[in-house]
Design a protein around this ligand. Structure first.
Ligand SMILES: *[C@@H]1O[C@H](CO)[C@@H](O)[C@H](O)[C@H]1NC(C)=O
Length: 817
């Protein structure tokens, strides 16, 4: 053992750096004792060029170079490549082939190879160990040149991400020593040394990511080895920052203002809101909706959830809502949201017509209402605003009303002139209102105002005066005429009643003559009238209305009593005495046409009833006398002869023209004689009464006066008649009235000859004083004087009384009747 140990110590010359291996070598030597004569150990760096010196084996094993040559020493490698060869001449070992430690040993360390040195004669075997020392000939290397990582932006700080580590074929100090990262603003490295000596590389997030700021980060990971000089290898790391919904949408404006006209049709775009979201994809997709919008606003507006466009769904009414406030929610698909406000002003349009409301209205107004009386109070309104709501008010023109503004929007309709119901009883007052919009809107209202009656109009008769003709001998109660009146007022103010005004006519109250129907105005006769007693009369009728106080007016009614042929003619001359014989005397010398006498008759009737005609009825000698049909003159028609009888008797019929006619008969005695005694002798049978003789003188005087008076009167009448006709013809001429004076056929109206005209005839009676009970009448010709029949005087008296009655109603005679 000592030997071995010595040999070992002799052959195994150890460098200090190999001391640690001594123990191992020793054990190895013990096992190889039978074969191996010696050992040698060398150490060379890898990659040593060929021929480089490895060791002086001769020296190290104590072998002579000659022995090497004689022993034919050679290197024997078992398998594998021969890296080292022997230079026998020098006794040195040299590098035969480049040694790559990494190829030879991979990561094994220490790395060595061995070969044997064999010599012959005697055979000798020496084992040589060569340790290959690592040199830093490999750089660290990452398996992949790039690494990609996807990291969400909201990853928490401190999160670790595993990275592939780099590999360095070198070992030991030349292996990977550390890593570095660049840049390190978001990440840092964490190196974990594993038990196997490897290092784990972790990437640690040290600052929060923000995709919106930077969505891709490029890092370079570099690995360094510990060689000298050190080598490095690097790897690109691409980090994609994944989006997280970390951004809420943001409205572009927090408040939007918009205007929309009222009555805009549905679908009108009001405005559009917009919000942006910097997130990606769904996280950045914003949808819009109403937040806390009133139901009403929802019914009016809608929002397009994608575009944010707000449109109307209904027409708007400024008058209902002037402004809308909408809260809009902009929300991304990740549920983050923002809100903004939209204020929509509704713009007024002139879409409302002004309205008229009657606050008070009296549709009936008295015609005597003073000017300024209020008829109606009107309220006008227009729901629009601004000038669209400013209202003007007026009424139609040319009516006695005006409109006054009392308060804002209030107007009073008042009277502007005095009213007159009788002129205009009703007004249609139209109130026109218009606003100032463009175009303006109008409306109107018509008020019907009735003017109520006031009793301001008296009754008015249809005629200024009334005249009626009533035939005498009427039946009592017959209606004569009707007065009519109107009253322009109405109602009770126009209800008329007719009253007879109290009055005396010929001493009788008028109510005894006529009756007035107070309602109808019909006037009827209250008694039987006699033309000969009363030819006409007048009275007043009052018409009174029912107003309070009543108004009245009166009218004069004249009733003319019309004559009827109810009186026969009365013969005035010759006087028909009962017993006395009166004769006309015709001298025998009388010529043809001698006026014997004239029959004078009157008829108290008038007109045609008083037109008289005369006829001979009976005559002693028809050839001797004739009577003028119109004038009653009895004349001779032939020369009187001596043969003619003294005593001639004629009967003359006097007839009026009435229908039917009435007549009277008069007997005339004619004496044809030259002397009065002759006559007397002939007329001895003529009766004389004492009374007549007594009064004869008186009657003669009276007759004379009467004749004189008659003559003058006749003259006056003729003149009057002439004047009257002359004037009448002028009136006819002027008036062109077709009035033709009427004369009955066969009658002439001459003032000179013929019958006394009726007027004359009559007036003669009227103007004569009739206070005497008897009446004496003489012929116009004054040729004869005859006696008067007493019965005739009665007739005359009556006629006279009537005349007096007409002239003087107050006379005692009238009263007596
Ligand atoms: C007023 O109007 C009414 C109804 O239209 C009509 O019957 C009446 O005749 C009118 N009155 C006047 C005075 O115009």
């Amino acid at each position: 053992m000592v030997d071995v140990r010595l040999r070992i110590s002799r052959h195994c010359r150890m460098t200090p750096s190999h001391l640690k291996w001594q123990t191992v070598l020793f054990i190895f030597c013990v096992y190889g004792m039978e074969l191996v004569f010696g050992q040698a150990r060398y150490s060379i760096p890898e990659e040593t060029p060929d021929g480089s010196f490895v060791g002086n084996i001769a020296n190290d094993l104590g072998i002579e170079i000659s022995r090497l040559i004689s022993g034919k020493a050679r290197v024997v490698t078992k398998g594998g490549r021969q890296y080292v060869e022997l230079s026998r001449d020098k006794g040195t070992l040299e590098v035969k082939e480049r040694i790559d430690r990494e190829e030879l040993c991979k990561q094994t360390t220490p790395c060595s190879f061995s070969f044997d040195l064999i010599m012959e004669n005697p055979i000798e075997l020496h084992r040589v160990f060569v340790e290959v020392q690592d040199i830093n000939d490999n750089a660290p290397k990452f398996p992949k040149g790039t690494a990609s990582l996807q990291i969400s932006e909201n990853t928490e700080i401190g999160t670790q991400f595993h990275l592939d580590r780099a590999v360095d074929l070198d070992v030991g100090i030349n292996g990977i020593k550390n890593y570095s990262l660049s840049p390190t603003d978001h990440f840092k490295l964490k190196i974990n040394n594993e038990a196997d000596g490897n290092k784990h590389v972790e990437l640690i997030l040290q600052r929060a990511l923000d995709r919106e700021e930077r969505d891709e980060i490029k890092l370079v990971l570099t690995a360094y080895d510990g060689g000298s000089p050190k080598k490095s290898g690097s790897m690109q790391i691409h980090i994609s920052v994944l989006d997280a919904n970390d951004n809420a949408p943001v409205c572009k404006q927090s408040v939007y203002k918009a205007e929309v006209k009222e009555n805009s049709q549905a679908g009108t775009v009001v405005t559009a809101v917009s919000a942006s979201d910097v997130d990606q994809g769904l996280n950045g997709q914003v949808s819009y909706s109403f937040a806390q919008a009133t139901e009403e606003a929802r019914s009016v507006f809608k929002i397009n959830s994608e575009t944010g466009t707000i449109t109307t769904v209904n027409s708007l009414d400024y008058e209902m809502e002037k402004m809308y406030q909408l809260n809009i929610k902009a929300m991304d698909k990740g549920g983050l949201k923002d809100t903004c406000k939209v204020i929509i002003d509704v713009i007024d349009e002139n879409d409302n017509s002004p309205s008229i409301q009657l606050m008070s209205f009296s549709n009936v107004i008295a015609e005597n209402s003073p000017i300024g009386t209020t008829v109606a109070v009107i309220n006008v309104e227009d729901a629009d605003s601004g000038i669209n709501g400013i209202v003007q008010c007026k009424i139609n023109e040319n009516i006695p009303f005006k409109i006054e503004s009392s308060l804002t929007d209030y107007y009073a309709l008042i009277t502007d002139e005095t009213l007159d119901r009788e002129n205009i009883a009703e007004y249609n007052i139209t109130i026109y209102v218009s606003d100032q919009g463009s175009p303006a809107r109008y409306s109107n209202k018509t008020l019907n105002v009735k003017i109520s009656d006031v009793n301001d109009n008296p009754p008015v008769f249809s005629s200024e005066e009334y005249k009626a003709i009533l035939s005498e001998n009427n039946s009592p109660g017959v209606s004569v005429l009707k007065v009519e009146a109107r009253d322009d007022d109405s109602g009770p103010n126009a209800r008329l009643s007719f009253l007879l005004e109290d009055k005396n006519i010929h001493g009788n109250p008028v109510s005894s003559l006529v009756l007035v129907n107070s309602e109808s105005g019909v006037i009827s006769a209250a008694k039987v009238f006699d033309y000969e007693q009363m030819k006409s009369f007048s009275f007043n009728v009052t018409a009174r209305d029912g107003g309070s106080p009543p108004l009245s007016s009166e009218v004069t009614v004249t009733i003319v009593v019309q004559d009827q042929n109810d009186n026969a003619p009365q013969v005035l001359y010759p006087v028909q005495t009962g017993g006395a014989v009166v004769a006309e005397i015709v001298p025998r010398s009388a010529d043809v046409g001698y006026l014997v006498t004239k029959v004078v008759a009157v008829d108290v009737d008038s007109g045609q009833n008083a037109w008289l005609s005369y006829k001979l009825q009976k005559v002693t000698d028809r050839a001797l006398f004739e009577v003028g049909a119109q004038n009653g003159e009895i004349r001779t028609v032939r020369q009187v002869t001596d043969k003619d009888a003294v005593k001639q008797k004629l009967t003359v019929v006097v007839e009026d023209n009435g229908q039917p006619s009435r007549s009277a008969v008069v007997n005339i005695n004619v004496a044809v004689a030259d002397t009065f005694p002759e006559v007397l002798s002939e007329f001895t049978d003529f009766t004389h009464t004492k009374q007549y003789n007594d009064d004869l003188t008186f009657y003669l005087v009276l007759a004379l006066a009467a004749v004189s008076f008659l003559f003058i009167t006749t003259l006056l009448v003729i003149i009057s008649v002439k004047i009257y006709r002359w004037r009448q013809s002028r009136i006819f001429y002027q008036s062109n009235l077709p009035v033709i004076p009427y004369y009955p056929p066969g009658y002439t109206d001459t003032g000179v000859t013929g019958t006394l005209p009726h007027m004359y005839n009559y007036d003669a009676c009227m103007t004569t004083d009739s206070r005497k009970t008897d009446y004496k009448y003489s012929t116009i010709g004054g040729q004869s004087v005859l006696m008067m029949d007493p019965s005739f005087t009665e007739t005359m008296q009556r006629a006279m009384r009537e005349r007096v009655l007409q002239q003087d109603p107050e006379s005692p005679e009238a009263v007596r009747n």
